[in-house]
Design a protein around this ligand. Structure first.
Ligand code: MSP
Length: 494
C-alpha cells in the first residue's frame, strides 16, 4: 500500500467572508463546501485544522439593504448572519470559527493594524477622485471602466470626489513581484496567476482606504470623521480571528489557503499581501481563486430570477448530492454551468449506479453469508491513495474525486469478474473480504465530499469511520447490517 505524503502539523483554511445584504446562494455554498472538503481531508490526515468562515457586515451596500428592510444595520445583519449559519448547518459545513466584522475582536485588530501601517509610513492624506461600485465595494479609474460601467460586474458606478486617506500600495510593486517569483504556489491555480502578475507589472496605484459619507463602518483610527474602506478592514478578518498580537497567533498563521472566487483574487493576491508586508506580517501561503458558476448558461442574478438556493436543492435531493455535484461537475478552478438536468444525470449515473448499487450489492451478499470474511488482498493495487492525496494537496478536488471513482469502478468490476453469487465457502469468503474492505476504505475516502453518505456506509458495514491511516487492507472486523439505498434514482418526466 502506498503511503500518504506526511505533512503533520496545522492547516488553516479560510473562505471569503460573505456580504450579508442577501441570502446565501449556491455560489457562496460552492466555496464553502470546497473549503469544508479540504478541512475534512486534512483532519483525516491527522492535522490540526482551523477552518474559518464568516461575514462581511459593514459598508454602503449593507447600510442601504438595512434601510430598505426598515431596520437598523446591526439588527439587519444579525438576522442575515443567522441565515448563513442555518445554511452552513444544513450543508454540513464543519467550520471551527465563524467570524463577523462587527465583532470587537475584529474591530480592535483592524485599528491596531492601520496604526502599525501608518507608523511604517504607508498612509497619507490626499484627495480621491474616481468611481466607486457599491455592489462590489470597489474603486475604479476612468480608464478601467467598461462602457462607463463597473468592469467587474457591469453595474452603474458612482462618481466620488472627496478628501481621503491612502495606502501606499504602489510602494509594494517590486516586492510583490519578487514574492510571486519566489513562491510560485502562492498564486493558484496557474491559469489565473499570469493575469495578476501582468496587472501588477502594469503598475499599482495607491489605494483609497477611507469613506467619509458612510456611517456603517469601523471608525478610521487616525481620523474619526472617516470610516475604514470596507475591503481594507474585511481582509483583516483572517488575522483578527486568530487574535493577531496574542501569543497564540503563530499557532495557525500564516494561513495555508485563502480560498476565494476569481473576482476577488486581486484583493487577496495583491492588496492583502501588501498590507501584511507593510505591517511586517508574513503573507499567507496560498491564495486559490476558483471559477464561477452560471445557471442555465446565464449569470446568476435576482433580476433574471435564476438564483439557486442551496437549501432547496439539499432538501429536494440531499446535501451530499449537492456537495458531490458541485465538485464533480466542473474541474475545480474552472468556470462552469449549473443545470438541474446535469445534476440528475450525475445522481442516476454515478451516485446510484456506481456507488449506491455497489454498497447495496456488497451488503446483500455479505448479509447472506454466515462464515467469517477472511481472505487475501487481491484489489488494493487498484487504489492509488498517493495520487488522491497529491490531487487534494494541489486543490484538484475534481481529479481527486475521479481517482476515488476509479477505485469504485475497479471494485464493481472485481465483483462482476468474480461472480460471488456463484461462489461458496472459502472462495466466497475471500471475495467478500476484498469487497468489504474496499467499501470500508471507500467510506473514508468519500467522507470529505459526502460526510453523511460516508457515515451511513460505515454504519451499514458495521465499522467505525476511520482516518487516512486506516485506508489499507487489514482484517475486516465489521458486523454488516444492510440499510436502505444510499441514493434514489430520479425519474425524469419529459
Ligand atoms: N465580502 C467580500 C469578500 C471579503 S473576503 C475578505 C465578497 N463577498 S460576496 O458575498 O460577494 O462573496 C463573493 C464570493 O462568493 C466569491 O468570491 C465566491 O467565493 C462566491 N461566489 C459568489 N457567486 C459565485 C458564483 N456564481 N460562482 C462561484 N462562486 C461564487 O466578495
Amino acid at each position: 500500500m502506498v503511503k500518504v505524503a506526511k505533512k503533520k502539523g496545522k492547516f488553516y483554511i479560510t473562505t471569503p467572508i460573505y456580504y450579508v445584504n442577501d441570502q446565501p446562494h449556491v455560489g457562496h455554498a460552492y466555496t464553502t463546501i470546497a473549503a469544508d472538503i479540504l478541512a475534512r481531508w486534512h483532519r483525516l490526515k491527522g492535522e490540526q485544522v482551523l477552518f474559518l468562515v464568516g461575514t462581511d457586515e459593514h459598508g454602503e451596500k449593507i447600510e442601504a439593504a438595512a434601510a430598505r428592510a426598515g431596520k437598523v444595520p446591526q439588527e439587519f445583519v444579525d438576522e442575515i448572519v443567522g441565515r448563513f449559519k442555518d445554511v452552513w448547518k444544513k450543508l454540513n459545513i464543519s467550520y471551527d470559527d465563524f467570524a463577523r466584522t462587527t465583532e470587537k475582536r475584529h474591530e480592535n485588530v483592524v485599528s491596531k493594524l492601520i496604526e502599525k501601517i501608518n507608523e511604517n509610513g504607508d498612509i497619507y492624506k490626499g484627495e480621491y477622485e474616481g468611481w466607486f461600485c457599491v455592489p462590489d465595494e470597489s474603486f475604479w479609474t476612468d480608464l478601467q471602466l467598461k462602457n462607463g460601467k463597473c468592469p467587474e460586474c457591469g453595474r452603474e458606478v458612482q462618481k466620488v470626489k472627496e478628501e481621503a486617506y491612502f495606502f501606499r500600495l504602489s510602494k509594494y510593486q517590486e516586492k510583490l513581484l519578487k514574492f510571486y517569483e519566489k513562491n510560485p504556489e502562492f498564486l493558484s491555480p496557474k491559469l489565473r496567476s499570469q493575469e495578476i502578475i501582468n496587472r501588477v507589472k502594469g503598475g499599482l496605484k495607491d489605494l483609497c482606504i477611507t469613506r467619509v459619507a458612510l456611517k456603517w463602518g469601523i471608525p478610521f483610527p487616525l481620523d474619526k470623521k472617516y470610516v475604514d474602506y470596507v475591503w481594507f478592514e474585511a481582509l483583516v478578518i483572517y488575522i483578527s480571528a486568530l487574535g493577531w498580537l496574542s501569543k497564540d497567533f503563530k499557532k495557525f498563521w500564516p494561513a495555508d489557503i485563502h480560498l476565494v472566487g476569481k473576482e476577488i483574487n486581486w484583493f487577496h493576491a495583491v492588496i492583502w499581501p501588501a498590507m501584511l508586508f507593510s505591517a511586517g506580517i508574513e503573507p499567507p501561503k496560498k491564495v486559490y481563486a476558483h471559477g464561477w458558476w452560471t445557471v442555465d448558461g446565464r449569470k446568476m442574478s435576482k433580476s433574471i430570477g435564476n438564483v439557486v438556493n442551496p437549501i432547496e436543492v439539499a432538501e429536494k435531493y440531499s446535501t451530499d448530492v449537492l456537495r458531490y455535484f458541485l465538485i464533480r461537475e466542473i474541474p475545480f478552478g474552472e468556470d462552469g454551468d449549473y443545470t438541474e438536468k446535469a445534476l440528475i444525470a450525475r445522481i442516476n449515473g454515478e451516485l446510484v449506479a456506481d456507488l449506491g448499487n455497489l454498497i447495496y450489492r456488497v451488503l446483500s451478499l455479505a448479509e447472506k453469508f454466515d462464515g467469517k470474511f477472511v481472505g487475501k488482498d487481491e484489489i488494493s493495487k487498484k487504489l492509488n491513495l498517493k495520487k488522491i492525496d497529491e490531487h487534494m494537496e494541489r486543490l484538484e478536488l475534481t481529479a481527486a474525486l475521479l481517482e476515488i471513482w476509479n477505485f469504485i469502478h475497479a471494485v464493481n468490476k472485481y465483483i462482476t469478474d468474480n461472480e460471488p453469487w456463484k461462489l461458496k465457502g472459502k472462495e466466497l469468503a475471500n471475495v467478500l473480504y476484498n469487497i468489504l474492505e474496499s467499501c470500508r476504505i471507500i467510506s473514508i475516502l468519500i467522507y470529505p465530499f459526502m460526510p453523511e453518505t460516508a457515515e451511513r456506509t460505515a454504519l451499514q458495514l458495521g465499522v467505525k469511520l476511520g482516518s487516512l491511516k486506516d485506508c489499507k487492507f487489514s482484517k475486516f472486523k465489521g458486523k454488516v447490517k444492510k440499510g436502505g439505498y444510499l441514493f434514489n434514482k430520479i425519474e425524469i418526466s419529459e
